[in-house]
Design a binder for this molecule. Sequence first.
Ligand SMILES: Nc1ncnc2c1ncn2[C@@H]1O[C@H](COP(=O)(O)OP(=O)(O)O)[C@@H](O)[C@H]1O
Ligand SMILES: [Mg+2]
Length: 444
Amino acid sequence: MVTGGAANAGCVRAPSTPDRVAFVGRESEVFRLGAAWGAAVRGRPGLVLIAGEAGIGKTRVAAETVRLAGDTGGTVLSARCQEAERSLLLQPFVEAIGHHAAHLAPDLLRRLAGQRAATLAALVPRVASVLGPVLAAPTSRTLRRRLADEAATGFLCALAEHQPVLLLLDDLHNAGSATVRLLRELTRGAGTRLLVVATVRTAEGDAVLESLADVATRLDLGPLPPAAVTRLVTEAGWAELAGDIRDRTRGHPLFVVETLLDLAAGGTGVPASLEAAVLARLRRVGENTEQVLRAAAVLGVTVDPATLARLVDLPLQQSAGHCEVALSAGLLMPADDGYEFAHDVVREVLYATTPAPIRVVHHARAVELLDHRPEAMAAHAAAVEDWPRAARGWLLAGEEAARHVAVADAQALLAQAVAAAHRAGEVDLAALAEARLREIQDDG
Ligand SMILES: Nc1ncnc2c1ncn2[C@@H]1O[C@H](COP(=O)(O)OP(=O)(O)O)[C@@H](O)[C@H]1O
Ligand SMILES: [Mg+2]
């Protein structure tokens, strides 16, 4: 989701926040995305994977496609693939369809869902809340799962009959196998006016990129050309530093943007590294907010104020107050139910520069707070080498995926449970997870 944030922490000049800086360069990429959209509008569906390292501009280029689609009468659905949510069946589809459905009149939604209304409502809670109770015929698990896939694709295809559809999935490297498989299905429907654009981090997304290589067009992003950096820098009012910024950032867009934010907030020179730029801004929010933000960085890219408050043992209002300070410094931005880090890299810098003992305290507390989200809980437990809890979390998450007949995801999660149980020396637990893994392999 592309949302704006404001930066005004002790500014010397009017701040230019990431989303307010003009879009520069990327002409050939935008041309190719425009062509893919044009083809989709004419009934040739497509899947484009925008690949590159963190901060290179994948989400921003994808946002240009969103703009193009919006300007040409398309319907845009978008969602971000969340970390540690592989056990939630088709998480990004559920989110994208849910957001869209929440704004539709019940009659229209019922028409779009068609025969599959009950299945779609079971898959997407927001559809259920618009439609009200829908009766589902009893079926086997395997059939229910196939129907869930069909309900998601059917809904998108029905939407595309009205207007061409752009589905944007950000951070596909986080997605579970069930999601990736469904993307393959989606691109098969010849005649469907649908374009799927997904962003993938190259370092983490090898498997995803490979498994979709035969059905997707891949767009690899490199650094911005020098002229594009000069334009960004000049438009922000720092023309005299253009050469320095070009040399130092080597065209890495996030580094350029962070440099401009630092300068706007009173920085006296071009920061030596992306990390230095982020840390300089962090220091400006004051020590208390910094500590809260460092705790948030342990939780993940999405910041739920209520969980954060409990993590740092502060009243909700106070922790939300710190989030507001971070928001005005452009370190966080508003998100659906709270905040998220302005960029994954901002979170990663905070995480990496937090002293290990403090990280351990936050992870350990997060384990306590997230027992209702076993997969996320397991990741926190693993981070502090609490292998017994990690094993239990992954086992529960694997069971959840197995309940949805998301076989590959269940296998991956159960394999993690087995490994963690062995590390914990919990023989019975390892045997249990191994047995479940075998059962699933036999079923599959
Ligand atoms: N072509 C561009 N023109 C202007 N700003 C850009 C461009 N590409 C990226 N940015 C900015 O750089 C930052 C990082 O880009 P982003 O798209 O979030 O990277 P990624 O998704 O690859 O991690 C964002 O603030 C974004 O607005
Ligand atoms: Mg991104």
